[in-house]
Design a protein around this ligand. Sequence first.
Ligand SMILES: Cc1cc2nc3c(=O)[nH]c(=O)nc-3n(C[C@H](O)[C@H](O)[C@H](O)COP(=O)(O)O)c2cc1C
Length: 372
Amino acid sequence: MFGDHAVNPPVVLAPMAGITNVAFRRLCREQGGGVYVCEMITTRALVERIPKTLKMIAFAEDEGFRSLQLYGVDPDVTAAAVRMVGEDNLADHIDLNFGCPVPKVTRRGGGSALPWRRRLFGRIVSQAVAAAKPFGIPLTIKMRKGIDDDHLTYVEAGLAAQEAGVTAVALHARTAEQRYSGQADWDAIATLKQALDVPVLGNGDIWEGSDALRMVEHTGCDGVVVGRGCLGRPWLFADLEAAFTQGADYRPVLPTLGEVSKIIARHAQLLVEALEDERHGCADFRKHVAWYLKGFPVGGELRRSLAMISSLAELDDLLAKLDPAVPFPVEALGQPRGRVNAPGKVSLPHGWLDSRDDETVPEGAETDDSGG
Ligand SMILES: Cc1cc2nc3c(=O)[nH]c(=O)nc-3n(C[C@H](O)[C@H](O)[C@H](O)COP(=O)(O)O)c2cc1C
């Protein structure tokens, strides 16, 4: 799937901007096997060696397979970024992001808008593959189905990427128009799997280990990419490993509120260590609180206070108010978490849809904004 690197179980933590940093990856990695992708890095910021960007490329010493996602719109800048990853030995695997649906990005022709410009897409991917080759770095891509149902690109883009030499292709089976709404179209993953010889990774709506098994059965995909399902639930990776080794009869991990509190405290502590600043680490942790407490009977005031912490001591005091014996709310299993926003018309540059073979590099499409 990723060159010579065997992935067992065939599970990938999806890159999620603002989430999959070194702290969160550690919590997830401790639960089970797989590949755990770093937050997305913008190619231009990387080649310009912006300090904040360089800091984001942080891997723990025990991260055996360092996986990095890059986002770029310019073939030369992307190739330069890939070369830099190789020369500076920053990662062992590079994924290219073509899935971002954020209007600020698509409006300028980046992210999920880009594969529509097939020649430009082909150049970005082939120059990146060529740049990665001397370093033996496997290169993969992650994309959506297309811009909308009338402008699907995934099969053509998958074939082009395969031709360019990628080692695997991941499909988030939604269009950009869908954003995170509705259900992922697993039939599209099956279609892509049939069309390609390289491994296909399926992505979209895996909330439980059993969903991963269903996706593999339904689509024949070679592995699964898991995003929102693990928000506030790093132990999902234990369930995924159990599902792949034991089959559908695996027993899901159901932590009590006390056990979840310990993970919350550890997550915040790891963020503080990663960001080397207690206030900053605590502020970064706040977005995770609602996910960890989803379904648990915890009052609004305590939830709000937890989501406003600015020190680890404050967090400990608040966690002490939770009843550790409360069992896991099983009704929260299988439920969507994280972003589930409504569909929206995709903003595109003027004339974007009329000229598929235009290779002009979009301007201003590499912002710090991110998403997939
Ligand atoms: C908060 C958040 C940030 C994301 N950031 C990225 C990103 O930087 N790169 C990317 O390829 N996808 C990104 N995604 C998309 C996920 O990788 C994944 O494709 C999507 O959530 C669908 O998978 P899921 O149904 O398992 O969540 C992001 C998603 C979320 C919720």
